[in-house]
Design a protein around this ligand. Structure first.
Ligand code: GTQ
Length: 347
């Protein structure tokens, strides 16, 4: 590749004349914005261990009353982006949210999409678009763009969940804002009740539900059963993974980020091919190691890590007797819609 001229090759009077007219020469920066072969990500492989962050989150419960926080969240910030950017990757935001017994997080709605993956505690619920969704460990609950949502807690221990939002992207697009609301009246039963059985959807003489987000809660007990059934029926080398989809259309359940759950059979070792989207992995059950580039993370209960795109990722179940279960969020719906999605097979 040609070596290009640098900024300081140019006379300073010329540089000043350019800047005074809001002009920039491309060639000194061309390789930075168009690196050869593959992107140079800011996203660094980064791991947040739940056992280390949990005491700090509980301390936030003592230091900051919920009225002073609205959402009591510690953000899992990727140092490659700078902690103040509050990004796990280019498009993914991650936060661990704590709600104590009796607290509420008041009703609001915003343009970024959110999901919650419940980590621990019983008795909390989130009300989304008038539907009261109980929060149990491993459940995935959607809070899509524009839907009112509020959290409450009728139990007697702290409840913690992982928030995943497309906030960095929506903020970058200068399209991020919130509206405050009144407490919602609960108007509907859990939408998951109507979608209990794969292949069967509620129908009124074949008129289908055309709501963009027909199902808001994906109970872990059922996702886990699906993974175990798939593992029992598939060959040993097949990756056991299910996607969280809109049951009416089969599309990704949200527009920007994609969500899936993956089971590693006892002792299993797999390599996921290099794909363009960045991803985050969160351990729901069991134990595993994750390898990316020359980094390896050991994941135990509720540990979460972020990995940049364009690299193969190896996963290994560290138990020879028990399965391991991981929740994955990635930027693939966004990459597919933008036409930049790629899978690269090993060289
Ligand atoms: O629970 O609505 O982690 O609005 C960040 C922004 C959680 C929430 C976050 C939010 C929420």
């Amino acid at each position: 590749m040609l070596e290009l001229g640098r900024l300081d090759d140019l006379p300073s009077t010329y540089r000043t004349a350019l800047a005074s007219q809001n002009l920039v020469p491309l060639w000194p920066s061309l390789r930075a914005v168009l690196p050869p072969g593959k992107p140079t990500p800011h996203t660094q492989p980064t791991c947040w261990h739940y056992a280390a962050l949990r005491p700090l989150l509980l301390q936030a419960g003592e230091l900051t009353p919920i009225e002073k926080a609205e959402r009591r969240v510690l953000v899992l910030a990727n140092p490659g982006h700078g902690l103040e950017k509050m990004q796990a990757s280019a498009a993914i935001y991650l936060g661990m949210q704590l709600l104590l017994p009796g607290e509420i997080a008041p009703s609001h709605r915003h343009t970024p999409n959110a999901v919650r993956m419940i980590v621990e505690g019983e008795g909390a619920y989130t009300t989304v678009g008038g539907e009261k969704c109980p929060m149990q460990r491993g459940d995935l609950i959607l809070t899509p763009t524009g839907l009112w949502h509020e959290h409450g807690h009728d139990g007697n221990e702290p409840v913690v969940w992982l928030d995943v939002l497309d906030l960095p992207l929506v903020h970058y697009l200068e399209a991020s804002y919130v509206e405050e609301g009144q407490p919602q009246a609960v108007t509907a039963n859990g939408s998951e009740r109507g979608y209990r059985s794969g292949g069967v959807v509620p129908s009124r003489m074949f008129a289908r539900n055309d709501r963009r987000y027909p199902m808001l809660r994906y109970p872990w007990a059922e996702v886990r059963q699906s993974l175990q059934a798939l593992a029992a029926d598939s060959e040993d080398k097949e990756v056991v993974q299910v996607a969280y989809v809109n049951p009416e259309t089969g599309d990704n359940c949200q527009n920007i980020l994609g969500y899936s759950a993956l089971m590693l059979r006892p002792g299993e070792q797999i390599t996921l091919p290099a794909r363009s989207p960045a991803a985050i992995f969160h351990l729901i059950e069991g134990g595993a190691t994750l390898g990316v580039d020359d980094v390896s993370f050991t994941l135990s209960n509720a540990d979460t890590c972020s990995v940049p795109g364009y690299r193969p990722i190896s996963l290994h179940n560290t138990s020879a007797t028990e399965p391991a279960f991981l929740f994955i969020a990635d930027e693939s719906p966004l990459h597919r819609k933008l036409g930049v999605y790629e899978v690269r097979q090993a060289d």
